[in-house]
Design a protein around this ligand. Structure first.
Ligand SMILES: C[S@@+](CC[C@H](N)C(=O)[O-])C[C@H]1O[C@@H](n2cnc3c(N)ncnc32)[C@H](O)[C@@H]1O
Length: 312
């Protein structure tokens, strides 16, 4: 028997991500609004759609509602703050996309997404798909869309390293898709890059697939030695170097890439970066304006070994 779904709660930092997405989608669809003479349709694809509505976790909520007899469930309810997830953000923009595809692996979240679809009725063309994001994107790309006359934004917002480089490359090849990517540096990548340089083989394979290259090794580690002989040493700015390398590769694949906006948790720990990439210079202007507003990340000083090896 399947477990009952837990209520979805998210950290307050998700607001920052969703605000940036909202601003970008507004910008994008407003710009495309005046291009109706050649454009046949626009798609918004949310490959990791989530539940559509989540409760924001707040520390104060629990402590403030704690009366003499412990937490007061009623005041807890009253103070709960809910946030529209990315699918609703995309559905509610002033100039909607012509079609929406929401992909989600979790069957309970699919039920929520189907509910959203029913709420919007005939006002929006929505497809909800219970599937693995990469498989769904592959099938969508193979469905015969004429990319000379269609445009799309794909939001890639996983919890971890679920988007392999091969998916990014397939999206870029259309020359018509813009992506907003959650680059999970703090949430996932850094956790696999051990200080000692001894990395289990399955982690190495995950990193190879995610980056589509093995160069992360030389970018993250230098050869050194200790009392016992040669040893891999993790460079102090490994995160910044990897991020810059990933951005460089996105630029090579798509043509344009934005500044990476760092999203931190309430304790100030880095969680992930939001990065935009796309074929269009106007898209870059909009994305840059939006993503630079937060705490963006400067590239590390000097070139690093991995970057030098990239083709121009
Ligand atoms: C960070 S949440 C998405 C939040 C949503 N984009 C938002 O901002 O409201 C990631 C979602 O991806 C789903 N997920 C994880 N792995 C997946 C996969 N391989 N394919 C599709 N969905 C996946 C999870 O169930 C979860 O709902």
């Amino acid at each position: 028997m399947k477990k009952k779904p837990k209520e979805t709660s998210i950290g307050p930092w998700a607001k920052e991500k969703l605000d940036a997405l909202h601003q970008y989608l507004n910008f994008y669809t407003t710009v495309l609004k005046n291009q109706r003479h050649w454009l046949r349709g626009t798609f918004y694809v949310d490959a990791f759609a989530g539940p559509g509505l989540s409760r924001i976790r707040t520390k104060s909520r629990a402590s403030e509602s704690r009366g003499l007899f412990g937490p007061d469930p009623e005041s807890d309810q009253a103070e709960a703050e809910f946030l529209k997830g990315s699918p609703r953000v995309a559905l509610d923009i002033a100039n909607p996309f012509s079609s929406y595809l929401f992909v989600e692996r979790d069957p309970y979240r699919i039920v929520e997404l189907e509910r959203i679809k029913a709420q919007y009725g005939d006002n929006r063309r929505i497809i909800v798909q219970e599937a693995d994001a990469n498989a769904a994107l592959k099938a969508w790309l193979a469905s015969g869309i004429d990319w000379r006359r269609h445009r799309a934004v794909v939001f890639l917002d996983p919890f971890g390293m679920q988007v392999p480089w091969s998916t990014i490359e397939s999206l870029a090849r259309t020359k018509a898709i813009e992506v907003m990517i959650n680059f999970p540096m703090g949430m996932a990548i850094q956790r696999l890059l051990t200080r000692s340089g001894v990395i289990p083989e399955c982690w190495q394979m995950s990193l190879d697939t995610f980056f589509g290259s093995q160069d992360w090794r030389t970018i993250t580690y230098e050869e050194g030695k200790d009392l016992f002989g040669p040893k891999a040493i993790k460079v102090s700015n490994a995160g910044a170097r990897l991020l810059e390398w990933y951005r460089t590769r996105l630029r090579q694949a798509f043509g344009n890439v934005s500044t990476a906006r760092l999203i931190k948790n309430t304790r100030g720990n880095p969680l992930y970066h939001l990065i935009w990439a796309g074929p269009n210079a106007t898209g870059l202007k909009g994305a840059e304006h939006i993503l630079r507003k937060g705490e963006s990340v400067r590239p590390p000083k000097g070139r690093h070994r991995g970057e030098r090896r990239q083709k121009p």
